[in-house]
Design a protein around this ligand. Structure first.
Ligand code: F2R
Ligand code: MG
Ligand code: MG
Length: 326
């Protein structure tokens, strides 16, 4: 498959996961797979008014725009763009606390001290929400040939809003998962084990004592079962909440589960949503990994038609891939 198909699949896959998953985000009752499919298959049948994306995509688009314009990571530029995006379009369902960072940037710190507002979040502890992880995919495309650079940019991009180590490491894990998916050989044996080992080697070992080591081992155990675990088992073992530690490994698991049980992109997105909780973000992150692995050709055309901004992010993915580090 042409590389471009993977880059475009990655960004488009994330937007589709976000838009389809948003319908169930934070539902009191976790939707069954049947209920999820009733929603997702409706958008496979024919054209409908386009489903809107949420903050996950709004922020990922800003990350891409800033990298394209600056040709590198520029913290002040990215902060100003996040801020402008939020004040131009507030209704995308942003995290309850991240908005305080935008307010402080607006008061004047975006240019000179872009990292300062994030450090004040949660009484100085910093946010460990999944907001840094959900927007990270464009960085893996931009720095496709250079993991060190990807990790540096991902860490800076995360720290703009999330200074808690779990928020930052969650973003690095998701970035590495997308990076691996873009490079992966589809016929590799022991694929899931190797994928998890790689995440541990490149991200978790760099953050000693991180909660993600245990989460990844839990994911490995689920993948070793002889029968596919239910979505409920996945939520119980890995989490489905808004904090990065309760959703990033869950999304990575959804992708590896799909590979192990011969599911396609559509099945993976539906399974990810049926895990419940933070459904838009889990499906968005799984969509970026799966879309980067299977490529745009394997993403249902009707979903591409029925989701907002697919054309815009396709163009951005191509631009990012054209300028990727060699
Ligand atoms: N905000 C939402 N969904 C709720 C509203 C959606 C509704 N459909 C609507 O349209 O209005 N979703 C989005 O937020 C998540 C990403 O959040 P982000 O950017 O990380 O924000 P924040 O505010 O920093 O953190 C989110 C929550 O995590 C908890 N938290 C984080 N750090 C914490 C800490 N150190 N101590 C305690 N709690 C912490 C808090 O509950 C934060 O509010 C995505 O789901 C995105 O889709
Ligand atoms: Mg959202
Ligand atoms: Mg969400």
């Amino acid at each position: 498959m042409a590389r471009t198909g993977r880059f475009v699949g990655c960004f488009v896959g994330s937007v589709i996961g976000d838009a389809l998953g948003a319908h169930f985000e934070g539902s009191w009752e976790t939707p069954t797979l049947d209920v999820v499919q009733k929603h997702t298959r409706h958008y496979l049948e024919r054209r409908h008014p386009q489903l809107p994306y949420t903050d996950d995509t709004a922020m990922a688009k800003v990350v891409a725009e800033s990298l394209i314009r600056c040709k590198d990571f520029d913290a002040s530029d990215m902060a100003r763009r996040f801020c402008d995006e939020y004040y131009g379009d507030k209704g995308r369902g942003y995290g309850f606390n991240v908005v305080t960072v935008f307010e402080r940037w607006k008061l004047g710190s975006a240019e000179e001290r872009p990292f300062e507002p994030a450090k004040l979040q949660f009484g100085g502890e910093g946010s460990e929400g999944n907001g840094a992880a959900m927007r990270i995919a464009p960085i893996a495309i931009f720095a496709y040939n250079d993991w060190k650079k990807a990790a540096e940019i991902a860490s800076g991009c995360a720290r703009l809003t999330h200074s808690h180590p779990n928020g930052i490491t969650g973003a690095l894990l998701q970035c590495r998962a997308v990076f691996q998916a873009l490079h992966a050989n589809q016929d590799e044996s022991q694929f899931a084990n190797a994928f998890i080992d790689d995440l541990k080697k490149h991200v978790v070992q760099e953050s000693p004592g991180s909660v993600y080591d245990e989460k990844l081992e839990n994911a490995r155990k689920l993948l070793h079962q002889n029968a596919p675990p239910s979505a409920g088992d996945v939520a119980d073992n890995l989490g489905n909440g808004v904090r990065a530690k309760n959703s990033v490994v869950t999304a990575i698991y959804a992708f590896l589960h799909a590979c192990k049980w011969s599911m396609n992109f559509r099945d993976m997105i539906e399974f990810a949503i049926s895990i419940g909780g933070d459904t838009d973000t889990i499906a968005c992150m799984a969509g970026a990994i799966g879309g980067g692995f299977w490529g745009i050709e394997k993403i249902p055309k009707m979903w591409q038609e029925n989701v907002e901004a697919v054309d815009i992010v396709s163009e951005m993915a191509e631009q990012l891939s054209d300028m990727r580090s060699t």
